[in-house]
Design a protein around this ligand. Structure first.
Ligand SMILES: NC(=O)c1ccc[n+]([C@@H]2O[C@H](COP(=O)([O-])OP(=O)(O)OC[C@H]3O[C@@H](n4cnc5c(N)ncnc54)[C@H](OP(=O)(O)O)[C@@H]3O)[C@@H](O)[C@H]2O)c1
Length: 309
């Protein structure tokens, strides 16, 4: 690995998480950073359909990365439940192909995984806790982890929980979509908000900073590898998040109705997958943005002045 001017490839660089990773890594002097995307283009981005796994070796031969941060995935549990084969092609097949190339070329692969590899019954979870996904998405992310581990030993798996951050549209994140639902509600309409599962919303900018720190650490600690967790530390239900949004939106919080039952439709969701982040913290790696402090800047580009409804 080239330690002073490493080539870094980021897959999923147009996504909710990929954009801040691209931004954070591109700001490091000496790092030669390339983002890969699929449908969305952009200056300097390489386009590839990673589900066409046969194309991956030639793509990587051409870019010759020292580090691959693999963020591309199908990450919508309800889509995965309806299309498990398509999800497996991207979340597992592409991951396996990237991992094989990385192992054969002494590149360091960081695979972004999910708290949904756990069933949510025994939080908090350490990286060594037994996995047990309860939906097709969680299973595909766990299968992706296993493909990474089967290919070699020089890799990191970073599990993260529900993400929010700067969005192109409010429905891009499972957190900011709550604000969209509130803004789209009819005047005076009461909105039921799930108050059953405990989540730890985590800012994409913090995950990107953690990834930048992990790569920096790897450059000086060649033995650094394994499974790691990074999570925000504020337990919140979707109802709690909606109440935080209501303070900033033209929306009367009294219209929010807590729904204490598990979701009746869609992919099954775990109740509490709190990720123990202490392994990275013990290395001095980490960054956390308080949830409420992040919201005004995230919402501002998506709000038009209007009276409280
Ligand atoms: N979002 C969350 O709350 C959350 C929670 C836990 C873990 N994660 C994990 O975090 C990672 C990033 O998720 P995200 O929220 O950033 O996802 P996202 O916003 O849906 O972005 C997905 C990215 O993957 C790319 N992509 C999709 N299909 C592709 C294909 N066939 N070939 C190549 N690239 C393809 C997309 O490219 P184009 O847009 O250019 O098509 C986009 O850049 C994923 O591994 C996900 O499992 C996310």
């Amino acid at each position: 690995m080239n330690l002073s001017t490493p080539r870094i490839l980021i897959t999923g660089a147009t996504g909710l998480l990929g954009r801040p990773i691209l931004h954070a890594c591109s700001a490091v002097p000496g790092w030669r950073v390339t983002g890969a995307s699929f449908r969305r283009g952009g200056p300097g981005l390489e386009r590839i359909d990673l589900s066409q796994t046969a194309q991956i070796p030639a793509f990587l031969d051409r870019l010759a990365p020292d580090v691959i941060i693999h963020s591309a995935a199908e990450r919508r549990p309800d889509v995965s439940e309806k299309d498990p084969a398509g999800t497996q092609r991207l979340n597992v097949g592409a991951t396996a192909a990237l991992a094989h190339w990385a192992a054969a070329h002494q590149a360091f692969l960081i695979y972004i995984s999910s708290d949904y590899v756990f069933d949510g019954t025994k939080a908090p979870y350490t990286p060594a806790s037994p996995t047990h996904p309860i939906n097709a998405y969680g299973q595909s992310k766990l299968d992706g982890e296993q493909a990474v581990r089967a290919a070699g030993r020089d890799h990191a798996i970073l599990r993260v929980p529900i993400l929010y951050g700067e969005v192109e549209s409010l429905d891009e994140s499972p957190v900011t979509v709550l604000a969209k639902n509130m803004l789209n509600a009819r005047p005076g309409e009461r909105l039921a908000m799930e108050n059953w599962a405990t989540r730890y919303p985590t800012h994409t900018r913090d995950v990107a900073a953690v990834l930048r720190q992990m790569v920096t650490h790897k450059l000086t600690h060649p033995d650094f590898s394994g499974i790691f967790h990074w999570s925000g530390d504020e337990p919140m239900t979707k109802y709690d998040m909606a109440c935080a949004f209501a303070r900033l939106l033209p929306f009367d919080p009294a219209r929010l109705v807590p729904d204490n039952a598990p979701p009746a439709s869609g992919a099954p969701r775990p109740k509490d997958c709190h990720l123990d982040s202490s392994a990275l913290e013990s290395l001095g790696i980490g960054q956390r943005t308080p949830f409420a402090s992040a919201l005004p800047a995230l919402l501002a580009p998506h709000l038009r002045p209007s009276p409280r409804k």
